[in-house]
Design a protein around this ligand. Structure first.
Ligand code: SF4
Length: 367
């Protein structure tokens, strides 16, 4: 084959409009160049939109099951949506949304952190694709967790009912370990399905809540359900015979990690009948950092410099912090009558790794 004479163009030298037509692989390497002008590319199908500008866009998928090897977590996962209207400032799933948008070859109208809340990708065929690709024997002993990278019961689930469709599909199988993570009381809509699932599988619903202080929660989470609504949802699940507990995540260093606040949270969970309480410290990936650090500087300026220094070097809290936090949680679990071992097992299952390092215990502030 002959190559045309003249210098080869690098991607940077291409016209920006044409660059928009480049398909990019997960590794960021160009896979193909479209010979068509950009406007010939099929338009994204907008399924719905809100007055404040949020759009819901159909995402066509061929696989929906994420393996532990792909995510680096100790479990399999399914996420019916990419992006989340709740808009928690610390949310690490912003990075997943950014990667997905980049893989689609789409340009962002604004910053990645805002796009995550404003352009929600909807896997309309998630249940159908899962039905074709799920082989229970491949899962082994690992759990299948729904809602690891976005909330499966965010408000638009009322309309699309995709999480419910996934749960109904799983009724066709037996003997799996199924986890669900959500901040939304909407999960109680599906209590009957969760009850039926519990007769066939080991099911755990994790209600995610970081503080009982509604004002503090609103400073960190723009549109999430108030803490009392989440505790009520927890109670309804328990009363409905569904195994459920509290996921205190993320625990935000210096903001929601104080002993009194965590104790109040565990007390409320106990009173609601929670079977367990587990927790883990804040992680900040690149897109999440861009969102969270400016909010921190505005809302908690006294912490800004320490956060900038630590999370500028690492996505995770320090090993010493994680060990001290684990110890604090363990003592509070014991004080409130929660099974510490089960809690830690489930937390490690959710995190897919163990905290390392060592630290002195007993300090009032962990940061
Ligand atoms: S509810 Fe979960 S997925 Fe949604 S923004 Fe908050 S942390 Fe992220």
């Amino acid at each position: 084959m002959c190559r045309p004479p003249g210098p080869r163009l690098s991607l940077r030298e291409l016209h920006p409009v044409r660059l928009g037509a480049v398909r990019v692989t997960a590794e960021g390497a160009p896979r193909q160049l479209s010979l068509l002008p950009e406007q010939a590319r099929p338009a994204l199908r907008i399924l719905d939109q809100r007055e404040r500008g949020t759009r819901f866009i159909r995402l066509s998928v061929r696989s929906v099951l994420n393996s532990p090897a792909t995510t680096g977590m100790g479990f399999w996962s399914v996420n019916p949506y990419v992006g989340c209207e709740f808009g928690c400032t610390y949310c690490y799933a912003r990075d997943t949304h950014r990667y997905t948008i980049e893989r689609m070859g789409e340009r962002r109208p604004g910053p990645a952190w805002l796009d995550f809340e404003r352009r929600i990708l909807v896997k309309t065929e998630v249940a159908e694709v899962l039905a074709k690709t799920l082989d229970p024997s491949r899962l082994g002993d690992a759990s299948l967790v729904i809602g690891t990278a976005t909330d499966p019961y965010q408000p638009v689930e009322r309309r699309f009912r995709l999480t419910r469709a996934v749960l109904e599909l799983l009724l066709q199988y037996r003997g799996l370990s199924i986890g669900l993570i959500t901040k939304s009381p909407l999960v109680t809509r599906d209590i009957a399905v969760l009850q039926a699932l519990s007769a066939r599988h080991e099911v755990s619903v994790n209600i995610s809540l970081a503080t009982m202080d509604a004002r503090l929660a609103r400073r960190l989470e723009l549109r999430s359900p108030v803490p009392s609504a989440r505790i009520r949802a927890l109670r309804r699940l328990i009363e409905g015979g569904v195994h459920a507990g509290l996921l205190v995540a993320p625990i935000v260093p210096g903001i929601t990690d104080d002993r009194a606040g965590l104790s109040r949270l565990m007390g409320a969970a106990k009173e609601a009948g929670a079977r367990y309480v587990v927790g883990s410290a804040l992680r900040l990936g690149p897109a999440a950092r861009h969102r969270f650090l400016p909010v921190l500087a505005e809302e908690f300026p006294e912490l800004a410099e320490r956060y900038r220094q630590h999370y500028g070097r690492s996505e995770s809290a320090s090993p010493a912090y994680q060990v001290a936090l684990k110890r604090r949680l363990h003592r509070l679990q014991q004080a409130h009558g929660f099974p510490a071992d089960e809690g830690m097992r489930r937390r490690q299952q959710l995190e897919g790794r163990r905290p390392r390092g060592a630290s002195a215990e007993g300090q009032e502030s962990l940061l």
